[in-house]
Design a protein around this ligand. Structure first.
Ligand code: AMP
Length: 974
């Protein structure tokens, strides 16, 4: 039977078929054969000869196309074969065959016998031989029987409504060089319009700076593991790998490359740092500006060069500014006592930009006219040492009496040895003096004592004034008084009758104060009477005292003044006299609301004394260990202060074996906390420093830290309760920012919660961000920063301000609303930095009101001046609390899990519960008979209650996950 009836329709059909030139294929498909692209004869073999017939037709652009047709429907027992030419496999193990064909509906052909078919068969034969002329039918492997989705009738053709059938089949695990395809017709009316053979590959791609080559997919459904190679100017950070899936997609990128020093990542390539910028290590994310006093003139600098006169010490991080040697120390004061001298001085005006200034003292012994000097003998002793002194003070002992000495004090720092200029120093001349006699005149009455004294023969400098200290015998710890006078005598009145007082005197010259001398005890008389001694008859009380400055020593015993703070009031005795009064306890800062950094104190212990109350260890009862701090255990216990009620306290102790620096760092938290007084800031009760262990006592917060508290009570609070907590934190932060205190480590883990759900900001130690916080990571600039909580400008260039605290506050909001979820889930710190830089912000947690997410987003504004101030945050939250309806509208995304992790298929109830972090309910489900995923799909909230899942938050979480199971099948996003 001829094919006449079908040709016109085929022509029509071809006009509907896209032209080869216009055909595009996905970039992960490689075509091995395309019948539509053949210009000449396809050269396929058809047998018997009256079966398949090759027909050339024109498409609408007059491009010739090759088709094969067969339509021997009127005759029975058809077995017509059409074999393609040899198709090379090209390394692919699995190939796909896409055929486009039309098939005539038997019913639409008038008078065709029942042998008419509406299917045909497809086969293949693998062979290394590319010019076989004959293959036995039995040698072919059947791929499939192909039926049409759409057969057509003549009427359809006329109306041009007929569609082309497209079928795709695949053959896998090919191993020979190539193969032949064959189409067997057994009595149908078919036009084979196009045959395309292709395989799939995963196309070349760059992921995490590693390039993955074009990769042919595996033979069966297995993944092909591919190792990536680092792009130019990058190096392997962690072996980069990906998997090429059977359908030509890349999956599961692991590992990464990082741009080499001097280069930074920009859209899959590493580009050089611009002049003026540098990147020191591959670990750093971005090129950053050269630190102060350094520059880079060329591209791709891995470090910046110091400006002239500035240096970088070997151990300085490259992120540190270049620095220079310090200027000379200033204002030296010498205090001579017998054959020792104490030298004190002020730090240099310019430290050179460094914190490691130390001092060296050089000694010369000079003739009396000062002209001839020689180095001092080795017999002198320097305490703490002669070179590398850290505090601006040194004691020099074993001087020779009556000798001139010159001490040159030089300040040095870590770059002094790198500078060719001589070190800057200041000189102090002293003369040890001979022994002097001191004479005391005294006159006593029932309420006064008059003292008189005489200066030494040779004072080291002009005497400016004398200072007399006195107190009631055995009452030194309670109260003492200091009087000053310019004269050589003083009447101390206002004393109690018949009471013994202890007096000591020292002098101040223009070289500074001398040491206090010894003590003399004098008793006031019981009755008014004249002094025992005649004022005109001087009494010699002490003799033979060496010292250039210290003038009067009543007794030899030494008295140590410590632990007191003073304020002046005038004494009535003498207009020149001044009286200092000492008081225990905290110093009030009148009208001042500004935080004072403990480092502004030369003596950090003074800061502790000023801001923290000393507590007797005996008033504390330690009960149990509740946590571990950086410096030692944290315990809970009770504190009972005299005439106060017993209270619960937290006790942080400093573990044994600490260094001075550790002690200071530990106590710095108390000197900071002690300056605050606010209901949302953890309250300091006091410190124990006088005995060991050293302790910091604070109010006790029954519910511990906020992050673990929220995790423990997941889903259990109302939104208003959560907002109330946030309001408290914001209020505490407003107080801190008003005091100009920048916290730098605001995070839920550093908020404590008491039994009334009041949240208080804690963690104020100076070293906390550096050492204490396990979240802190090293940054480009060498500092340690809790990346996920820190604003971009603080990470990039340590711009820590109240605005960077506001950013952290936004993260705390997110932590609170998501009940302690980890910000940015398991993303790496680098990825977080990168994502933030690219504008990514944390999505709203599950059930988060839109207004709260908006407030978070406001806190995460890139420009720090665009972020709300804490005062504004408090106001906003107050408004929300007043109008709870404003919290009703929930943010659209109900992301409560990491949207960045790839889709994950769950197959069992257990896997599903683990995936949504509700694994604790596995037994509840299984014992109630919920063993398949399908069985949980229609579970109700009341059913969950019956299963023993009582927490509303957990019920919600499970139900919303079931919803997504319903919509997505088990292809659940986790
Ligand atoms: P810190 O050294 O301040 O980070 O404290 C370590 C841990 O001790 C904290 O995470 C809390 O669990 C606990 N802790 C510290 N201070 C208190 C306090 N005032 N009340 C209750 N627990 C506290």
């Amino acid at each position: 039977m001829g094919l006449l009836w079908i040709y016109p329709s085929l022509l029509t059909l071809h006009l509907l078929t896209p032209n080869q030139a216009l055909r595009t294929y996905p970039d992960n498909e490689v075509t091995l054969l395309d019948s539509m692209s053949a210009l000449g004869d396809l050269g396929w073999v058809a047998y018997p000869s009256e079966g398949w017939e090759e027909i050339s037709v024109m498409d609408e652009r007059n491009t010739p196309m090759r088709t094969y047709q067969v339509c021997n429907v009127m005759e029975a027992n058809q077995n017509n074969w059409l074999r393609t030419s040899w198709i090379p496999r090209d390394g692919a193990q699995r190939v796909y065959i896409e055929i486009k064909f039309t098939l005539r509906d038997c019913n639409s052909l008038p008078g065709v016998p029942g042998t008419c078919k509406e299917t045909f068969n497809m086969y293949y034969y693998e062979s290394n031989n590319n010019n076989l002329w004959f293959i036995k039918e039995s040698q072919y492997v059947k791929i499939d029987t192909i039926a049409a989705d759409e057969s057509f009738t003549q009427v359809d053709v006329g109306d041009r409504v007929m569609k082309l059938n497209t079928e795709v089949r695949d053959i896998s695990l090919l191993s020979k060089k190539g193969f032949y395809l064959a189409f067997q017709d057994v009595g149908a009316c078919i036009a084979l319009v196009s045959v395309r053979v292709f395989y799939k590959k995963c196309p070349l791609t760059v992921r995490n700076l590693a390039q993955f080559p074009d990769t042919v997919t595996g033979g069966d459904s297995a993944l092909v593991e591919v190792r990536g190679s680092c792009v130019n100017s990058s190096e392997e950070f962690d072996t980069p790998k990906m998997y090429c899936s059977a359908d030509g997609g890349w999956l599961v990128p692991i590992g990464r490359c990082a741009c080499k020093p001097g280069f930074e990542e920009r859209k899959d390539i590493c580009q050089p740092c611009r002049p003026g910028f540098y990147k020191a290590s591959a670990m750093d994310a971005y090129c950053v500006k050269c630190p102060p006093h350094s520059y880079s003139n060329l591209d791709s600098a891995s470090e910046c060069v110091c400006e002239k006169g500035y240096y970088r010490a070997e151990t300085d991080p490259r992120s540190m500014a270049c620095t220079r040697p310090p200027t000379a120390p200033e204002n030296p004061i010498s205090t001579i006592n017998e054959t020792t001298v104490t030298l004190e001085w002020s730090p240099p005006r310019e430290s050179g930009g460094r914190g490691d200034v130390s001092y060296n003292v050089h000694c010369r012994k000079c003739s009396s006219d000062g002209r001839k000097c020689s180095p001092c003998s080795s017999g002198l002793h320097f305490v703490p040492r002669q070179f590398g002194i850290s505090y601006a003070k040194v004691l020099i002992t074993d001087l020779l009496p009556h000798t001139n000495y010159t001490f040159d004090i030089e300040a040095v720092n870590g770059v002094s040895d790198l500078s060719p200029s001589p070190k800057q120093c200041i000189s102090v001349n002293i003369t040890t003096s001979q022994a002097v006699s001191v004479i005391l005149k005294e006159r006593k009455s029932k309420d006064s004592i008059t003292l008189a004294w005489q200066g030494p023969e040779r004072a080291n400098g002009a005497i400016v004034e004398y200072e007399v200290i006195y107190y009631e015998k055995n009452q030194r710890d309670q109260n003492y008084t200091v009087l000053k006078t310019k004269s050589n005598s003083m009447t101390v009145d206002g004393l109690k009758p018949g009471t013994t007082y202890v007096f000591r005197v020292r002098a101040r010259t223009d070289g500074g104060y001398g040491n206090y001398g010894g003590e003399i005890e004098l008793e006031t008389s019981h009755e008014d009477m004249l002094a025992i001694g005649d004022p005109n008859q001087p009494t010699i009380l002490a003799v033979s005292i060496a010292g250039g400055i210290v003038l009067l020593i009543f007794l030899v015993a030494c008295f140590v003044v410590s632990g007191r703070h003073c304020g002046y009031i005038k004494a009535k005795q003498d207009p020149d006299e001044e009286k200092l009064q000492f008081q225990h306890g905290r110093v009030k800062l009148p009208g001042s609301r500004t935080y004072i950094h403990p480092h502004t104190y030369e003596d950090p212990n003074q800061a502790v004394r000023d801001f923290a109350k000393e507590i007797e260890a005996s008033s504390i009862r330690i009960e149990r260990v509740i946590g571990a701090g950086e410096f030692g255990e944290v315990c809970s216990g009770r504190l009972k202060l005299p005439s106060k009620r017993e209270i619960y306290v937290a006790i942080k102790s400093l573990k044994a074996g600490y260094s001075d620096k550790q002690r200071q760092d530990f106590l710095s938290e108390a000197s900071i906390m002690g300056q605050f007084n606010h209901p949302n800031i953890i309250r300091l009760e006091g410190v124990v420093t006088k005995c060991k262990p050293v302790m910091i006592i604070t109010e006790f917060m029954e519910n511990g830290s906020l992050d673990s508290f929220l995790k423990k009570h997941d889903g259990q609070f109302t939104m208003i309760q959560l907002v109330g907590m946030l309001r408290g934190i914001a209020s505490g932060m407003k107080y801190l920012s008003d005091m100009n205190y920048v916290h730098r480590d605001l995070a839920a883990r550093n908020i404590l919660v008491n039994s009334n759900l009041v949240c208080k900001v804690s963690d104020f130690g100076l070293s906390r961000v550096l050492e204490d916080d396990p979240e802190a990571a090293y940054t480009t600039r060498g500092g340690k920063i809790p990346i996920r909580w820190t604003s971009p400008e603080a990470i990039a260039y340590r711009k820590f301000t109240s605005a960077s605290d506001a950013w952290s506050y936004g993260i705390v909001m997110w932590e609170v609303i998501s009940y302690g979820e980890r910000p940015y889930w398991e993303m790496s710190n680098q990825d977080v930095i990168k994502a933030i830089d690219e504008g990514y912000r944390l999505p709203a947690p599950m059930d988060c009101p839109v207004v709260l997410h908006q407030l978070m987003l406001d806190c995460w504004e890139k420009g720090r001046s665009d972020r709300p101030k804490f005062g504004q945050i408090v106001n906003t939250l107050d408004k929300l609390i007043r109008t709870p309806s404003s919290l009703k509208q929930l943010a659209n995304s109900s992301v409560w899990q990491d949207p960045t992790t790839p889709d994950f298929t769950v197959n069992t109830v257990e896997e599903w519960l683990d995936a949504i972090k509700m694994g604790q309910y596995k037994d509840n489900f299984s014992s109630a008979g919920y063993v398949s995923l399908e069985s949980v799909l229609y579970i109700s909230i009341s059913e969950l209650g019956k299963l023993g899942i009582a927490l509303a938050g957990h019920q919600k979480k499970i139900l919303s996950s079931i919803e997504s199971l319903q919509t997505q099948g088990t292809h659940l996003q986790v």
